[in-house]
Design a protein around this ligand. Sequence first.
Ligand code: GDP
Length: 450
Amino acid sequence: MSFTVAILGRPNVGKSTLFNRLAGKRLALVDDTPGVTRDRREAEGRLGDLRFRMIDTAGLEDAAPGDLAARMREQTERALAECDAALLLVDARAGVMPLDRHFANWLRRAHKPVILVANKAEGAGFVGAFEAFDLGLGDPVPISAEHGEGLDALFQALAPLADAAMPAPPPENEEERALKLAIVGRPNVGKSTLVNRLLGEDRMLTGPEPGITRDAIALPWRWKGRRIELVDTAGMRRRPRIEEKLEKLAVADTLRTIRFAEVVVLVVDATQGLERQDLTIARLVADEGRALVLAVNKWDLVRDPKATLADLKEALENSLPQLAGLAAVTISALEGKGLDRLMQGVVAAEAAWNRRIPTPRLNRFLAEVQERNPPPLVAGRRLRLRFATQVNVRPPTFALFASKPGELPESYRRYLTNLLRETFDLPGVPIRMMLRKGPNPYAEDGRRLR
Ligand code: GDP
């Protein structure tokens, strides 16, 4: 069984363009014979990490005008009967046409989740997107199928529906998939020493002269049977010519490296404490949505471990609230100490990064939190968060539905994020939270998402 999406709408709104865009290169035409069946095409669609079966009801463009409404109705109903969710396309440039209203009426009666999509909304072509509001199918998602714009919003609308319709896919075989790891940090904190220790051979030269290789490479190895691929972009160890260029250079190189990675180990020098540049890199990792583990290196040189740890903890709490609970592992790359703990932290961070929290658990959590500590009153009224669902992993991304999402204070959003992190064990992982307008999209009386 797979999640099935029907693409519906009157002729020329861009159904086929969207169909082809979502099918990507693997476009497979089934039912491509002339006659009745050519009214529809099927293919596997993909959007973000979603996979689904698509039914496209294109082909009506050739129908004789007299037939059109009847055939369209028949076809739409057939597609509706089979699908788990429907995308109703309208043309944002042309505005809402009488036929669009027919479709909206059919769909309202179908009791299937519908996402209203305002296509051709690239550039300034938005007028029709606003008109589409009064089709009574919720807020339209503006996209441009032709230019590939707005697909992230479409993903966000579709993902919770797929989540609700389908059980979570079985996890990939942990033994087989390589964990992509990057080791980053300022020059001379001990990255090369650490990499050599982990890989158990002198692949890189360490010492006061930093930087040997040039290109990004992946070094495969295993830790306790787990396949790891160490991403290495040598630029990190290039020595900058002028001192003030150092920070800029490191940031650009680090960004390149972490984009290859799933988990990032940020190496800092315990004898120097957390420096501004360390924090800059940590924020970069969070902004890129990667899981972070902090390796506090050169621990062999630390005189007062207790005080050093306390300072570090304080600096982290003050400077990196978006990564609360971040694992900080003290190591000595030189002496090979703490490396197992470090790798345990890496594997745990990856697991958290991939964690999918079932929607019912999330909503129990949401109800409990609001009961214990309701959102503050805004203009005398209490904002209620009605529904939550995890729309993505890597990193964990949540959608919260409220009647007036704009009124949720930032402080409450932070409070929720931190509780979510604690409750569902997501340390060191950036959490994305989107507030969306709308009722519970799965409630009986309003099965629509938006
Ligand atoms: P990179 O620029 O971050 O790759 O740093 P390197 O690995 O080249 O290390 C810089 C210097 O720090 C070298 O002289 C290393 O021997 C030294 N170093 C690295 N790790 C440790 C450690 O755990 N303890 C001590 N005492 N020195 C270290």
